[in-house]
Design a protein around this ligand. Structure first.
Ligand code: B4P
Length: 193
């Protein structure tokens, strides 16, 4: 199995690029944002709890997200690899992911981070808010809270993968296709021959 993490701040294009990468490489896409939004739309107890945090631009508690990922790993055994999108977002989530993969004799092969300036992130998310119906995209204050959460809790997670020599940084500004080509080159370099 070949497992990658697509990393970056809110609005950096993780969801956008993941769609293209799974089509090309056939990875199983695990987006914690999508999983949480699906729980919200089905009005499950987990979704109702998560919504309180997401509407404010805060991270959902670790135990909720880790539990969701753990069951997703268990129910997808025969896949070529996982593409983790928006997970891990805290040091505790990164440790939990290592342990869950270790139990399956698996590991993370690469963490690829998208670099985008804060002004570009705010611009993209406000624009998406005009059409997405996502409550966390409409209000600039909530967007800035999400970016603040990223700097405080998520950005340090990159060090976890830097230490393991698994971190790669790619420019996340420019056309979607140019960024996709850059990501594909990084994956191709690391795929087993
Ligand atoms: P997510 O669903 O993960 O989404 P995101 O970070 O907002 O955006 P992403 O980076 O995927 O951006 P996208 O491609 O869509 O998180 C939402 C919330 O869920 C979090 O705030 C948190 O509350 C909760 N959550 C999720 N995972 C969690 C976890 N592990 N732990 C705790 N809480 C968690 O791109 C954004 C926009 O930019 C789109 O409109 C797109 O069209 C545009 N765009 C993309 N690439 C572009 C480009 N190259 N040029 C111009 N525009 C571009």
């Amino acid at each position: 199995m070949f497992n990658i993490i697509l990393f970056g701040p809110p609005g950096s294009g993780k969801g956008t690029q993941s769609e293209k990468l799974i089509a090309k490489y056939n990875f199983k896409h695990l987006s914690t944002g999508d999983l949480l939004r699906s729980e919200i739309s089905r009005k499950t107890p987990l979704g109702l709890e998560a919504k309180k945090f997401m509407d404010k631009g805060q991270l959902v508690p670790d135990e909720v997200v880790i539990g969701m990922i753990s069951s997703a790993l268990d129910s997808n055994r025969d896949v070529v690899g996982f593409l983790f999108d928006g997970f891990p977002r805290t040091a505790q989530q990164a440790d939990a992911l290592d342990k869950l993969l270790e139990l399956k004799k698996q590991t993370i092969n690469a963490m690829i981070a998208l670099d985008v300036t804060e002004e570009e992130l705010v611009k993209r998310l406000k624009k998406r808010g005009e059409t997405s119906g996502r409550s966390d995209d409409v209000n600039e204050q909530v967007i800035r809270t999400r970016i603040g959460e990223y700097h405080q809790k998520t950005a340090p997670v990159a060090d976890h993968y830097k230490k393991a020599n698994k971190a790669v940084f790619v420019k996340g500004e420019g056309s979607i296709d140019t960024i996709f080509d850059a990501l594909s080159r990084e994956i191709d370099k690391r795929l087993p021959k």
